[in-house]
Design a protein. Sequence first.
Length: 506
Amino acid sequence: MKTPFFYDITLRDGNQSLKKPWQLNEKQFIFEKLHDLNIQAVEVGFPASSHMDFEACRTLADMAWDNLVVSALARTVKSDIDAVINSIGHAKNPRVHTFLTLSPFHMKYVLNKEPDYCAQKAIEAVEYAYEKIRQVNKNAQVQFSVEHFGDCAENIDFVIDTLKKIVSAGASIINLPNTVERTRPATFINLIERVKNALGDDVIISLHNHNDLGMATATTVEGYFAGAVQLECCINGLGERAGNTDFAQVAVALHNNGVKVPVNLEKIYETSMIISQMARVKIYEKAPLIGPEALAHRSGIHQDGAIKTKDMDFGAYRPIKPTLIGRDDDEKIGFTSQSGKTAVFEIINNAGYPITIEEAVRLTPIVKEISEQKGELGTDEILSVYRKEILDVKGAFEFISFKLVAGNKFKLCFKFKGELKEVEGSGNGPLDACLDALKNAGFPRKLSFYKQYALDEDKMGSGASAMSVIHLVGKDMEEIIGRAIDQNTARANVKAIFNALNQVYK
Ligand code: KIV
Ligand code: ZN
């Protein structure tokens, strides 16, 4: 397979569809972004359309990087072709892109011209463009587009015959646009294959698919595998009506299917965000690859698979690793009534609070019930359930105070089933001393695990700066887990002990 050649049409087809087409400085900025992406060819504009676009084409041709093909659009009229040559002819690799329809419908109802007239006009325009631009630049090329090629099934032999003459007149690239997408990709590709076989390998076949039925990416990708090498795409699928073929989708689809794609994939996400802002065209939430929701999982089954494979190149429920296109946000786990324990575990854990999977199982029906009424729950709402059910669990104990009385002696004051108790204990620090005091009060427990976490920010809004997690075992060797948060680290430890005890003494 030949390496795909990406021909960007954001600045022409994309631009012509905007509510406010770009000014020169905006086109310059976007051109630099296309450079960062390492696009092979850029159609910089339609210089005959306005003085501003002529100037933009001229300036971008000056800015072109080595090896870039700079192209501009012209109807099959001499003044348009002259405008292209005058604006971009001085680029290192300029290309005149001229077009005319050969579709029976369009020739009859829009142009009101006979097919032979159109064929002749196209051939003459290519001849003129080739001769004129070659005088300016020996590297120059001419591209011819059969506008509405997708509507040419019934006269395909006439189209092929005309294209052979157009190639002889100097066009080395034949672009076959699906100007309005009406047919199945397979039907369209069948037409492409017929042209390709008739013109031979020396002619570059190009695709320019509009997305009226939402199949432009599929047609372009399959068209590449059918032998089309030049792929005309727009960033974010901008373009007339439902847009043109989306660049990111094609580049990534080819990459995923083993094709060496000669662009900087990791620049895709950033470029898409910039173009969306500059075009004032929002990215659809569910837009493949770049949409804000394109990496979100809400069903419990998907969340489970996504989390189990999150560090792998191949994800259970995603087409790429987000970093491939420079996305630095991970797969999003959103909690709704459709979600499950893995999501509860992940959301609480990611917020910086320790939780076991057993506890997540216990919390899941509670948060699900809330979500049934409210829809997706934010992290803070899930944390408030965590706080209520795990940190503030009510039981027979009520911690009141704990203070150092002398040396390593501490006094612990608490209530058990409403009865006030004051006991002393000693030990190597408050944690030890508290357990000793509890033993003296008739509640012996041994510490089997202890960890204290600093909370940069308490997402539950209590202002606490530390969280203690302790595991205690009793005579029966059953382990209980206690957790507490507090501004004071020693008090967090003591409260965590009571939190554990309250789980057994109800
Ligand atoms: O959609 C189309 O046919 C075009 C041509 C000018 C290539 O944009
Ligand atoms: Zn188009």
